[in-house]
Write a protein that binds this ligand. Structure first.
Ligand code: CDP
Length: 236
């Protein structure tokens, strides 16, 4: 497999073509952004930590019946993934209230949510990723109704698997965001799962071990990601 030209560069990852049109290289950079790209910094080792973290989680999810785009780790900062047509919708599940839910509804930060809350957002920085529902997705043609149901179903299955994985390692999976894409007609989990796209708290102390450390200027961002990786057994 040969790496070819860059196809796309996002806020934290770049995508490169390969000599096989079915596969692309996902390259994890050290760039770290928050607030729709308004706050950007380079955090040393982040590309490597997130690439290896994501590989571990994607493999774990695949092994447990979730279709994912992940094929294999290529090197410290790059993975081979299926060349999908991405669905521009973010699927969020919340087990504990935090972040935008607290700002939007005025509920208490840290409140347990039972049953968990599911939300869709449109992936659009210029519009600040507005919240949407199934009707918007179908009417504006962002995904077919049956694929929307699959995304929702898979996102909840991921919740069951990852809540336990992190709980067994002494952490609370507060919330997370997933993105999906289409590959040869099927819906697959895409993008990444790393502490950049979820909230993880230490179960005892409630110390934040995720990107909120960057958003809130708490310091020790990559050290926290490495701690999470270490606790769940990601080889770094
Ligand atoms: O992060 P923020 O408070 O702005 O938004 P949220 O709606 O509370 O985010 C819920 C979860 O999805 C958090 O774990 C975020 O890190 C994640 N998320 C993300 O990874 N990318 C986005 N564009 C929005 C949310």
């Amino acid at each position: 497999m040969e790496k070819k030209q860059e196809l796309y560069s996002g806020k934290a990852k770049s995508v490169f073509a390969t000599d096989d049109n079915d596969y692309v290289v996902l390259s994890f950079r050290d760039d770290t952004s928050a607030f729709d790209g308004e706050k950007v910094e380079q955090l040393s080792r982040k590309g490597e930590v997130n690439n290896k973290f994501n590989a571990f989680i994607m493999q774990y999810l695949s092994d447990n019946g979730i279709p994912t785009h992940f094929e294999k780790l290529l090197n410290a900062t790059e993975s081979l993934v299926k060349n999908m047509k991405m669905i521009p919708v973010e699927c969020v599940v919340r087990n504990v209230a935090s972040g935008s839910l607290v700002r939007r509804l005025g509920v208490e930060d840290g409140m347990e949510l039972n049953p968990p809350v599911f939300e869709f957002f449109l992936k659009n920085d210029a519009l600040h990723d507005p919240m949407i529902n199934e009707y918007h997705i179908e009417t504006f043609g962002w995904a077919k109704a049956e694929d929307v149901n699959k995304m929702k179903d898979l996102t909840f299955k991921v919740n069951k698997l990852l809540k336990k994985l992190f709980a067994d390692a002494g952490m609370i999976l507060v919330d997370y965001k997933l993105e999906f894409g289409l590959f040869k007609g099927g819906v697959y989990l895409g993008d990444e799962f790393s502490p950049d796209g979820c909230r993880l708290w230490d179960a005892e102390t409630r110390k934040k071990l995720d990107k909120d450390r960057f958003r809130q200027g708490l310091g020790g961002v990559i050290e926290a990601y490495e701690e999470v990786a270490h606790r769940i057994g990601v080889p770094l």
